[in-house]
Design a protein around this ligand. Structure first.
Ligand SMILES: [Zn+2]
Length: 292
């Protein structure tokens, strides 16, 4: 069975929060939050998954469909009042230590090319994180592998419409799926209806009620996919998740290929995000699986 998702409110709801009229208004007053990107692992996978080779832009470019080295990324948000949060979950210690049973249990061949850099327990210690929650961009296997190292009382958020499709669950062998979620309560499903309209988005969820961190529902790659925007003092940072795995995809406006559940819907989301960043060039964009 797929792991359940239960609709839940944002981590902090403030009744006195005044909705902003525009993103300009939001960015004019950055929050006192820190944000960083960490690399949990490297992984070689197929470019046909990462890039839509049916897109005419890809065809014209002459891009080759060959294996590509990517990274599993973890975003770290440090909020002065509400503690520390992760964006996606990296990998757990047993994978980092090359526990062959863990790897067999998770994905067999798919993970043969996984090269661990740092597990999430080590990252928590190194950065001395006061971990209060995890915001998943979506639940594809390469975003949930660190969950066994996240205490079960720490809430794990994702879009409320996220479900594991049958085909995905076949790819991610049942035993591995159970291992990743063992003992964990339902995922906390951020409710689209809790978002406010903030052009070009119909629903922008203010996660702490203070305009510091936003969840933007972008169904397409998966039904419950989210991108996260951190309105940091050092400048706004947008975590795209797998709306675009690669920098090439983002630069050329081409979404993922085989890995997306609904390519057309994801392409629309990607267009909206590119329009948003074109209007606010101060935004630093972190694509799903590349970091330099
Ligand atoms: Zn991914």
């Amino acid at each position: 069975m797929p792991h359940p998702v239960e609709p839940t409110a944002a981590p902090v709801v403030r009744d006195d929060a005044v909705p902003p009229g525009s993103w300009n208004e939001v960015f004019a007053e950055p929050a006192d939050v820190e944000v960083r990107v960490e690399v949990a692992a490297h992984w070689i996978t197929t470019r046909r998954g990462l890039i839509d080779f049916k897109d005419p832009v890809t065809k014209r470019s002459g891009l080759e469909a060959r294996p590509q080295l990517i990274s599993l990324l973890v975003g770290v948000i440090r909020h002065p009042e509400h503690g520390d949060y992760l964006i996606d979950s990296g990998i757990d210690r047993s994978l980092a230590e090359g526990d062959s049973e863990a790897i067999r249990g998770v994905l067999d061949r798919v993970l043969e090319t996984l090269m661990p850099v740092e597990d999430i327990a080590s990252m928590r210690r190194r950065l001395d994180l006061d971990l209060q929650g995890v915001f998943l961009t979506h639940t594809h296997f390469d975003h949930v592998l660190g969950l066994p190292d996240i205490p079960r009382e720490v809430p794990v958020y994702v879009g409320e419409r996220e479900v594991d499709r049958k085909g995905l669950l076949n790819a991610l062998q049942r035993r591995g799926h159970e291992r990743v979620y063992r003992g964990r309560p339902p995922l906390a499903g951020l409710r689209t209806a809790d978002g406010i309209p903030l052009a070009p988005f119909d629903h922008a969820i203010d996660l702490f009620g203070d305009r510091s961190v936003w969840a933007l529902p972008v169904p397409g790659h998966t039904a419950g996919s989210m991108v996260y925007l951190v309105n940091a003092r050092s400048g706004p940072v947008l975590f795209l998740g797998d709306t675009s795995h690669t920098r090439w995809g983002w630069d050329h406006g081409v979404g993922p290929g085989l890995f997306s559940e609904d390519r057309e819907q994801n392409a629309r989301a990607l267009d909206t995000l590119r329009m948003f960043v074109a209007a606010h060039p101060e935004i630093d964009v972190v694509v799903g699986h590349e970091f330099d």
